[in-house]
Design a binder for this molecule. Structure first.
Ligand code: PMP
Length: 421
Protein backbone atom coordinates (compact mmCIF):
# COMPACT_ATOMS: atom_id res chain seq x y z
CA UNK A 1 0.00 0.00 0.00
CA UNK A 2 1.24 3.50 -0.71
CA UNK A 3 0.96 6.40 1.74
CA UNK A 4 -2.40 7.52 0.39
CA UNK A 5 -3.97 4.08 0.79
CA UNK A 6 -2.58 3.64 4.31
CA UNK A 7 -3.69 7.17 5.21
CA UNK A 8 -7.26 6.48 4.13
CA UNK A 9 -7.43 3.56 6.58
CA UNK A 10 -6.55 5.57 9.66
CA UNK A 11 -6.56 9.33 9.23
CA UNK A 12 -9.28 11.98 9.43
CA UNK A 13 -8.10 15.14 7.64
CA UNK A 14 -9.35 18.69 8.13
CA UNK A 15 -11.88 20.09 5.66
CA UNK A 16 -11.68 17.19 3.21
CA UNK A 17 -14.36 14.66 4.06
CA UNK A 18 -16.65 15.81 1.28
CA UNK A 19 -17.33 13.00 -1.19
CA UNK A 20 -15.88 15.08 -3.98
CA UNK A 21 -12.56 15.59 -2.22
CA UNK A 22 -9.74 13.53 -3.61
CA UNK A 23 -7.55 11.26 -1.50
CA UNK A 24 -4.57 13.03 0.04
CA UNK A 25 -1.34 13.12 -1.94
CA UNK A 26 1.53 11.51 0.00
CA UNK A 27 4.32 14.07 0.28
CA UNK A 28 7.79 12.81 1.13
CA UNK A 29 10.07 15.79 0.64
CA UNK A 30 10.12 19.57 0.26
CA UNK A 31 12.66 21.98 -1.14
CA UNK A 32 12.15 25.71 -1.67
CA UNK A 33 8.73 26.28 -3.21
CA UNK A 34 8.49 22.61 -4.23
CA UNK A 35 6.96 19.52 -2.65
CA UNK A 36 7.56 15.98 -3.96
CA UNK A 37 5.22 13.01 -3.74
CA UNK A 38 6.01 9.32 -3.41
CA UNK A 39 6.33 8.85 -7.15
CA UNK A 40 8.74 11.79 -7.35
CA UNK A 41 6.18 14.10 -8.97
CA UNK A 42 6.82 17.71 -8.02
CA UNK A 43 4.27 20.33 -6.99
CA UNK A 44 4.76 24.07 -6.76
CA UNK A 45 3.34 25.04 -3.38
CA UNK A 46 1.58 28.18 -4.63
CA UNK A 47 -0.34 28.61 -1.35
CA UNK A 48 2.65 28.23 1.01
CA UNK A 49 0.95 25.21 2.61
CA UNK A 50 -2.03 27.05 4.13
CA UNK A 51 -0.20 30.39 4.07
CA UNK A 52 2.52 29.27 6.43
CA UNK A 53 5.83 28.50 4.66
CA UNK A 54 7.03 32.00 3.86
CA UNK A 55 10.60 30.79 3.20
CA UNK A 56 9.59 27.61 1.40
CA UNK A 57 10.21 24.07 2.59
CA UNK A 58 13.09 22.45 4.48
CA UNK A 59 15.12 25.64 4.53
CA UNK A 60 18.67 24.59 5.49
CA UNK A 61 19.21 27.58 7.80
CA UNK A 62 16.01 26.96 9.77
CA UNK A 63 16.79 23.21 9.84
CA UNK A 64 20.27 23.92 11.26
CA UNK A 65 18.97 26.27 13.97
CA UNK A 66 16.16 23.91 14.95
CA UNK A 67 18.53 20.97 15.07
CA UNK A 68 20.98 22.87 17.31
CA UNK A 69 18.14 23.80 19.68
CA UNK A 70 16.91 20.21 19.74
CA UNK A 71 20.23 19.11 21.22
CA UNK A 72 20.21 21.91 23.80
CA UNK A 73 16.70 22.23 25.21
CA UNK A 74 13.59 20.74 23.65
CA UNK A 75 10.94 21.83 26.14
CA UNK A 76 10.37 23.39 29.53
CA UNK A 77 7.20 24.28 31.41
CA UNK A 78 6.55 27.97 30.73
CA UNK A 79 4.80 28.74 34.02
CA UNK A 80 7.52 29.78 36.42
CA UNK A 81 10.35 29.13 33.93
CA UNK A 82 11.68 30.86 30.87
CA UNK A 83 14.36 30.26 28.23
CA UNK A 84 16.64 32.11 25.84
CA UNK A 85 14.59 31.58 22.66
CA UNK A 86 11.30 32.81 24.14
CA UNK A 87 12.90 35.95 25.55
CA UNK A 88 14.91 36.76 22.43
CA UNK A 89 11.95 36.19 20.12
CA UNK A 90 9.68 38.44 22.20
CA UNK A 91 12.38 41.15 22.34
CA UNK A 92 12.99 41.06 18.60
CA UNK A 93 9.32 40.95 17.60
CA UNK A 94 8.20 43.70 19.95
CA UNK A 95 10.99 45.84 18.49
CA UNK A 96 9.44 45.64 15.00
CA UNK A 97 5.74 45.81 15.96
CA UNK A 98 3.80 49.04 16.49
CA UNK A 99 5.52 50.87 19.36
CA UNK A 100 2.65 50.39 21.84
CA UNK A 101 3.05 46.57 21.82
CA UNK A 102 4.95 45.77 25.02
CA UNK A 103 4.18 42.22 26.16
CA UNK A 104 4.13 38.87 24.34
CA UNK A 105 1.97 35.89 25.34
CA UNK A 106 2.79 32.56 23.68
CA UNK A 107 0.40 29.84 22.55
CA UNK A 108 0.61 27.29 19.78
CA UNK A 109 -1.42 28.18 16.70
CA UNK A 110 -3.47 30.94 15.13
CA UNK A 111 -6.79 29.98 16.73
CA UNK A 112 -5.24 29.93 20.20
CA UNK A 113 -3.55 33.28 19.58
CA UNK A 114 -7.06 34.61 18.92
CA UNK A 115 -8.53 32.84 21.98
CA UNK A 116 -5.86 34.48 24.13
CA UNK A 117 -6.62 37.89 22.62
CA UNK A 118 -10.35 37.58 23.34
CA UNK A 119 -9.83 36.32 26.90
CA UNK A 120 -7.21 38.99 27.56
CA UNK A 121 -9.54 41.70 26.39
CA UNK A 122 -12.70 40.51 28.16
CA UNK A 123 -10.81 40.00 31.41
CA UNK A 124 -9.03 43.34 31.04
CA UNK A 125 -12.38 45.08 31.37
CA UNK A 126 -13.49 42.79 34.20
CA UNK A 127 -10.25 43.44 36.12
CA UNK A 128 -10.89 47.13 35.74
CA UNK A 129 -14.35 46.67 37.24
CA UNK A 130 -16.20 47.44 34.01
CA UNK A 131 -17.52 44.14 32.74
CA UNK A 132 -17.95 44.38 28.98
CA UNK A 133 -19.05 41.36 27.02
CA UNK A 134 -19.91 42.59 23.55
CA UNK A 135 -17.51 41.99 20.68
CA UNK A 136 -17.63 43.51 17.21
CA UNK A 137 -16.26 41.61 14.19
CA UNK A 138 -16.54 41.76 10.43
CA UNK A 139 -19.05 39.80 8.39
CA UNK A 140 -17.27 36.91 6.64
CA UNK A 141 -14.35 37.08 9.07
CA UNK A 142 -12.31 33.98 9.81
CA UNK A 143 -10.33 33.84 13.04
CA UNK A 144 -9.97 30.09 13.61
CA UNK A 145 -11.75 26.87 14.46
CA UNK A 146 -11.79 26.79 18.27
CA UNK A 147 -15.01 27.95 19.95
CA UNK A 148 -14.04 31.53 20.79
CA UNK A 149 -12.39 32.00 17.42
CA UNK A 150 -15.43 30.49 15.69
CA UNK A 151 -17.74 32.85 17.59
CA UNK A 152 -15.95 35.92 16.23
CA UNK A 153 -15.82 34.46 12.72
CA UNK A 154 -18.66 35.23 10.34
CA UNK A 155 -21.34 32.56 10.53
CA UNK A 156 -20.99 30.14 7.64
CA UNK A 157 -21.45 26.56 6.59
CA UNK A 158 -18.38 25.78 8.72
CA UNK A 159 -19.94 26.94 11.99
CA UNK A 160 -23.52 25.82 11.31
CA UNK A 161 -23.39 22.77 13.58
CA UNK A 162 -22.35 24.93 16.54
CA UNK A 163 -24.04 28.28 15.94
CA UNK A 164 -26.44 27.94 18.87
CA UNK A 165 -23.48 27.51 21.24
CA UNK A 166 -21.38 30.42 20.02
CA UNK A 167 -21.44 33.64 22.04
CA UNK A 168 -23.16 36.57 20.40
CA UNK A 169 -21.11 38.92 18.30
CA UNK A 170 -22.11 42.11 16.49
CA UNK A 171 -21.07 41.72 12.87
CA UNK A 172 -20.45 44.75 10.69
CA UNK A 173 -19.45 45.08 7.02
CA UNK A 174 -15.90 45.77 5.93
CA UNK A 175 -15.45 49.51 5.40
CA UNK A 176 -15.48 51.46 2.18
CA UNK A 177 -16.05 55.04 1.07
CA UNK A 178 -19.82 54.63 1.00
CA UNK A 179 -20.45 52.86 4.31
CA UNK A 180 -17.75 54.28 6.59
CA UNK A 181 -19.96 56.88 8.25
CA UNK A 182 -22.76 54.41 8.95
CA UNK A 183 -20.24 51.89 10.35
CA UNK A 184 -18.94 54.54 12.69
CA UNK A 185 -22.41 55.34 13.97
CA UNK A 186 -23.10 51.60 14.35
CA UNK A 187 -20.02 51.38 16.56
CA UNK A 188 -21.08 54.41 18.56
CA UNK A 189 -24.48 52.82 19.15
CA UNK A 190 -22.85 49.60 20.33
CA UNK A 191 -20.06 51.12 22.38
CA UNK A 192 -21.43 50.67 25.89
CA UNK A 193 -20.61 47.16 27.02
CA UNK A 194 -18.39 46.63 23.98
CA UNK A 195 -15.07 45.10 24.91
CA UNK A 196 -13.37 45.03 21.54
CA UNK A 197 -13.39 44.97 17.78
CA UNK A 198 -11.47 42.11 16.17
CA UNK A 199 -10.50 42.22 12.51
CA UNK A 200 -8.27 40.79 9.82
CA UNK A 201 -6.39 43.89 8.67
CA UNK A 202 -6.78 44.65 4.93
CA UNK A 203 -7.40 41.08 3.73
CA UNK A 204 -10.11 38.64 4.77
CA UNK A 205 -8.16 35.57 3.73
CA UNK A 206 -10.51 32.66 4.22
CA UNK A 207 -13.51 34.62 2.93
CA UNK A 208 -11.85 34.52 -0.50
CA UNK A 209 -9.04 37.10 -0.25
CA UNK A 210 -11.53 39.95 0.15
CA UNK A 211 -9.53 43.17 0.35
CA UNK A 212 -10.41 46.58 1.72
CA UNK A 213 -8.58 49.87 1.94
CA UNK A 214 -6.21 50.92 4.70
CA UNK A 215 -7.68 54.43 4.73
CA UNK A 216 -11.09 53.18 5.90
CA UNK A 217 -9.65 50.66 8.31
CA UNK A 218 -7.64 53.47 9.84
CA UNK A 219 -10.76 55.60 10.17
CA UNK A 220 -12.67 52.76 11.79
CA UNK A 221 -9.81 52.05 14.19
CA UNK A 222 -9.53 55.73 15.11
CA UNK A 223 -13.26 55.79 15.81
CA UNK A 224 -13.04 52.68 18.04
CA UNK A 225 -10.16 54.27 19.93
CA UNK A 226 -12.29 57.38 20.49
CA UNK A 227 -15.17 55.22 21.74
CA UNK A 228 -12.85 53.15 24.00
CA UNK A 229 -13.47 49.96 22.05
CA UNK A 230 -10.27 47.88 22.16
CA UNK A 231 -8.68 46.91 18.86
CA UNK A 232 -7.55 43.35 18.16
CA UNK A 233 -5.64 43.00 14.89
CA UNK A 234 -5.55 39.36 13.79
CA UNK A 235 -2.31 39.24 11.78
CA UNK A 236 -2.17 35.44 11.82
CA UNK A 237 -2.33 35.39 8.03
CA UNK A 238 -1.24 38.90 7.00
CA UNK A 239 1.82 39.04 9.27
CA UNK A 240 5.38 38.70 7.99
CA UNK A 241 5.22 40.39 4.63
CA UNK A 242 2.07 39.13 2.95
CA UNK A 243 0.66 42.59 2.21
CA UNK A 244 3.99 44.01 1.08
CA UNK A 245 4.89 45.49 4.48
CA UNK A 246 6.06 43.46 7.46
CA UNK A 247 2.60 43.64 9.03
CA UNK A 248 -0.72 44.73 7.54
CA UNK A 249 -1.16 47.17 10.42
CA UNK A 250 1.94 48.99 9.12
CA UNK A 251 -0.42 50.36 6.44
CA UNK A 252 -2.47 52.25 9.07
CA UNK A 253 -1.55 54.91 11.61
CA UNK A 254 -3.68 53.81 14.57
CA UNK A 255 -1.95 51.17 16.69
CA UNK A 256 -4.01 48.15 17.73
CA UNK A 257 -4.20 47.24 21.43
CA UNK A 258 -3.71 43.53 20.82
CA UNK A 259 -2.15 41.63 17.92
CA UNK A 260 -2.28 37.91 16.99
CA UNK A 261 0.38 35.98 15.08
CA UNK A 262 1.08 32.45 13.90
CA UNK A 263 1.53 30.92 10.38
CA UNK A 264 4.58 32.85 9.01
CA UNK A 265 5.92 33.33 12.55
CA UNK A 266 8.00 30.16 12.42
CA UNK A 267 8.28 30.02 8.64
CA UNK A 268 6.23 26.83 8.82
CA UNK A 269 8.70 24.61 10.63
CA UNK A 270 6.87 24.42 13.94
CA UNK A 271 3.47 25.42 15.32
CA UNK A 272 3.56 28.56 17.43
CA UNK A 273 1.08 31.28 18.33
CA UNK A 274 1.74 34.70 19.77
CA UNK A 275 -0.52 37.41 21.16
CA UNK A 276 1.00 40.79 21.95
CA UNK A 277 -0.55 43.63 23.90
CA UNK A 278 -0.01 47.06 25.41
CA UNK A 279 1.45 47.79 28.82
CA UNK A 280 -1.96 49.13 29.85
CA UNK A 281 -3.57 45.73 29.29
CA UNK A 282 -0.77 43.85 31.04
CA UNK A 283 -0.93 46.19 34.03
CA UNK A 284 -4.63 45.44 34.56
CA UNK A 285 -3.63 41.85 35.39
CA UNK A 286 -0.95 42.83 37.94
CA UNK A 287 -2.64 42.55 41.28
CA UNK A 288 -2.43 40.95 44.71
CA UNK A 289 -5.82 39.49 43.86
CA UNK A 290 -4.89 36.10 42.38
CA UNK A 291 -8.19 35.94 40.50
CA UNK A 292 -6.99 38.78 38.29
CA UNK A 293 -4.42 36.44 36.68
CA UNK A 294 -4.96 35.39 33.06
CA UNK A 295 -5.70 31.70 33.50
CA UNK A 296 -4.58 30.48 30.14
CA UNK A 297 -1.69 28.22 29.20
CA UNK A 298 -1.01 25.40 26.78
CA UNK A 299 1.35 22.51 27.48
CA UNK A 300 3.50 23.51 24.52
CA UNK A 301 3.40 27.24 25.19
CA UNK A 302 6.65 28.87 23.98
CA UNK A 303 8.16 25.53 23.03
CA UNK A 304 11.92 26.13 22.61
CA UNK A 305 12.10 24.32 19.25
CA UNK A 306 9.24 26.44 17.94
CA UNK A 307 10.94 29.60 19.26
CA UNK A 308 14.24 28.58 17.61
CA UNK A 309 12.38 28.02 14.38
CA UNK A 310 10.70 31.45 14.68
CA UNK A 311 14.03 33.15 15.41
CA UNK A 312 15.62 31.50 12.36
CA UNK A 313 12.62 32.47 10.24
CA UNK A 314 12.90 36.05 11.52
CA UNK A 315 16.63 36.13 10.64
CA UNK A 316 15.69 35.19 7.07
CA UNK A 317 12.75 37.58 7.03
CA UNK A 318 15.03 40.47 7.99
CA UNK A 319 17.59 39.76 5.26
CA UNK A 320 17.43 42.24 2.34
CA UNK A 321 16.77 39.37 -0.12
CA UNK A 322 13.39 38.74 1.47
CA UNK A 323 12.21 42.31 0.92
CA UNK A 324 13.56 42.08 -2.65
CA UNK A 325 11.68 38.83 -3.22
CA UNK A 326 8.47 40.30 -1.84
CA UNK A 327 8.85 43.31 -4.19
CA UNK A 328 9.64 40.98 -7.12
CA UNK A 329 6.55 38.82 -6.50
CA UNK A 330 4.37 41.88 -5.99
CA UNK A 331 5.48 43.37 -9.33
CA UNK A 332 4.96 40.05 -11.13
CA UNK A 333 1.48 39.65 -9.60
CA UNK A 334 0.56 43.20 -10.65
CA UNK A 335 1.58 42.54 -14.26
CA UNK A 336 -0.32 39.25 -14.28
CA UNK A 337 -3.40 40.83 -12.70
CA UNK A 338 -3.40 43.54 -15.39
CA UNK A 339 -3.08 40.92 -18.09
CA UNK A 340 -6.08 38.83 -17.09
CA UNK A 341 -8.32 41.46 -15.48
CA UNK A 342 -10.54 41.86 -18.53
CA UNK A 343 -10.83 38.17 -19.40
CA UNK A 344 -14.52 37.33 -19.82
CA UNK A 345 -14.26 34.38 -17.42
CA UNK A 346 -12.77 36.56 -14.66
CA UNK A 347 -15.17 38.55 -12.52
CA UNK A 348 -12.60 40.41 -10.41
CA UNK A 349 -8.89 40.33 -9.72
CA UNK A 350 -7.69 41.45 -6.29
CA UNK A 351 -4.09 42.03 -5.37
CA UNK A 352 -2.00 43.24 -2.49
CA UNK A 353 1.65 42.46 -1.78
CA UNK A 354 2.39 38.81 -2.54
CA UNK A 355 -1.28 37.83 -2.83
CA UNK A 356 -3.18 37.80 -6.09
CA UNK A 357 -6.73 36.45 -6.19
CA UNK A 358 -9.03 35.84 -9.13
CA UNK A 359 -12.74 35.36 -8.80
CA UNK A 360 -14.17 33.32 -11.64
CA UNK A 361 -17.27 34.45 -13.39
CA UNK A 362 -19.59 31.48 -13.33
CA UNK A 363 -23.22 30.50 -13.15
CA UNK A 364 -22.37 28.10 -10.33
CA UNK A 365 -22.72 29.16 -6.71
CA UNK A 366 -19.73 30.82 -5.09
CA UNK A 367 -19.70 28.88 -1.84
CA UNK A 368 -16.81 26.79 -0.57
CA UNK A 369 -18.55 23.78 -2.07
CA UNK A 370 -18.88 25.12 -5.59
CA UNK A 371 -18.25 22.49 -8.24
CA UNK A 372 -15.89 24.83 -10.07
CA UNK A 373 -13.71 24.76 -6.95
CA UNK A 374 -13.12 21.03 -7.27
CA UNK A 375 -12.51 21.28 -11.01
CA UNK A 376 -9.92 24.00 -10.52
CA UNK A 377 -8.23 22.18 -7.65
CA UNK A 378 -7.81 18.97 -9.64
CA UNK A 379 -6.79 20.79 -12.79
CA UNK A 380 -3.88 22.52 -11.06
CA UNK A 381 -2.89 19.48 -9.04
CA UNK A 382 -2.57 17.49 -12.27
CA UNK A 383 -0.37 20.32 -13.59
CA UNK A 384 1.89 20.04 -10.52
CA UNK A 385 0.60 23.14 -8.76
CA UNK A 386 -1.03 23.35 -5.34
CA UNK A 387 -3.79 25.95 -5.54
CA UNK A 388 -6.66 25.48 -3.10
CA UNK A 389 -9.54 27.65 -4.35
CA UNK A 390 -11.86 29.36 -1.89
CA UNK A 391 -15.21 28.86 -3.61
CA UNK A 392 -14.75 30.34 -7.06
CA UNK A 393 -11.67 32.29 -6.03
CA UNK A 394 -8.23 31.02 -6.86
CA UNK A 395 -5.29 32.80 -5.35
CA UNK A 396 -1.52 32.62 -5.51
CA UNK A 397 0.24 33.22 -2.22
CA UNK A 398 3.67 31.72 -2.74
CA UNK A 399 6.72 31.25 -0.52
CA UNK A 400 8.96 34.30 -1.02
CA UNK A 401 11.70 32.08 -2.48
CA UNK A 402 9.54 31.02 -5.45
CA UNK A 403 11.57 31.53 -8.65
CA UNK A 404 10.37 33.63 -11.58
CA UNK A 405 10.27 30.47 -13.66
CA UNK A 406 7.99 28.73 -11.16
CA UNK A 407 5.79 31.80 -10.84
CA UNK A 408 5.49 32.13 -14.62
CA UNK A 409 4.56 28.47 -14.87
CA UNK A 410 1.71 29.04 -12.38
CA UNK A 411 0.51 32.11 -14.30
CA UNK A 412 0.65 30.26 -17.62
CA UNK A 413 -1.39 27.35 -16.21
CA UNK A 414 -4.03 29.78 -14.95
CA UNK A 415 -4.24 31.31 -18.43
CA UNK A 416 -4.50 27.82 -19.89
CA UNK A 417 -7.26 26.94 -17.40
CA UNK A 418 -9.17 30.01 -18.55
CA UNK A 419 -9.17 28.55 -22.04
CA UNK A 420 -9.78 24.91 -21.15
CA UNK A 421 -12.25 25.02 -18.26
N1 PMP B 1 -6.80 34.01 11.96
C1 PMP B 1 -6.67 34.15 10.63
C2 PMP B 1 -6.77 35.51 10.03
C3 PMP B 1 -6.44 33.03 9.83
O1 PMP B 1 -6.34 33.19 8.50
C4 PMP B 1 -6.34 31.76 10.43
C5 PMP B 1 -6.08 30.52 9.63
N2 PMP B 1 -6.43 30.51 8.33
C6 PMP B 1 -6.49 31.67 11.83
C7 PMP B 1 -6.70 32.82 12.56
C8 PMP B 1 -6.40 30.35 12.53
O2 PMP B 1 -5.10 29.89 12.54
P1 PMP B 1 -4.80 28.34 12.79
O3 PMP B 1 -5.27 27.64 11.55
O4 PMP B 1 -3.33 28.26 12.97
O5 PMP B 1 -5.56 27.92 14.00
Amino acid sequence: MNLTERDLQVIWHPYTQMKTAQPPVGIVRGEGALLFDEEGKQYIDAVSSWWVNIHGHAHPYIAKKVSEQLHKLEHVIFAGFTHQGAVELAERLLAILPANQKKAFYSDNGSTAVEVAIKMCLQYWLNKGDQRTKIIAFNNAYHGDTFGAMAVSGRSAFTKAFDSLLFEVEFIDIPNKENIESLKSQISDLKSQTACFIFEPLVQGSAGMIMYEAEYLNELMAHCRKEEVMLIADEVFTGFGRTGKSFATNHVQVEPDIMCFSKGLTGGTMALGLTTCTQQIYDAFLSDDKLKTLFHGHSFTANPIACASALASLDLFQQPETAENIARIKAAHTAFADKIRNHPKIKTVRQTGTIVAMEWETGDNTSYFSSLRDKLYHYFLAAGIILRPLGNVIYILPPYCITNEQLNYVYSKIEQALVEL
